[in-house]
Design a protein around this ligand. Structure first.
Ligand code: FES
Length: 107
């Protein structure tokens, strides 16, 4: 396996119903992760891009959260409908999707 150019971490943290912090699992992270994996497969981009589920990334109230390295860009309130745009703009063209960035100070 070659070293990926971009590494996407999709928070997949789960917490019990009613937990004060909530969790990305209650905000569609499973669908977001599945959609990233589908895009990865369709684009056959395994040599350049890695997609990994992760534990809590911090700002749970912003979920579902997605973190992209090496830039360290954190996206919040991500839905499966946003994944193709993140892929095209950030992972392929190297232009982060500003409208989805978690505000400075939240992370
Ligand atoms: S549960 Fe996803 S960032 Fe905390």
């Amino acid at each position: 396996m070659s070293k990926p150019v971009k590494h996407v971490f999709v928070c997949s943290q789960s917490r019990p119903d009613g937990h004060p912090r909530g969790s990305c699992s209650h905000k569609g992270c499973k669908e977001v992760l599945q959609t990233f994996w589908q895009e990865l497969q369709q684009r056959n981009a395994y040599d350049r891009i890695a997609v990994t589920y992760s534990g809590c990334l911090g700002p749970c109230d912003q979920g579902a959260n997605v973190l992209v390295y090496p830039e360290g860009v954190l996206y919040g309130h991500v839905t499966k409908e946003d994944v193709a745009e993140i892929f095209d703009s950030h992972l392929v063209d190297d232009v982060p999707v500003e409208r989805l960035r978690v505000p400075a100070g939240s992370w």
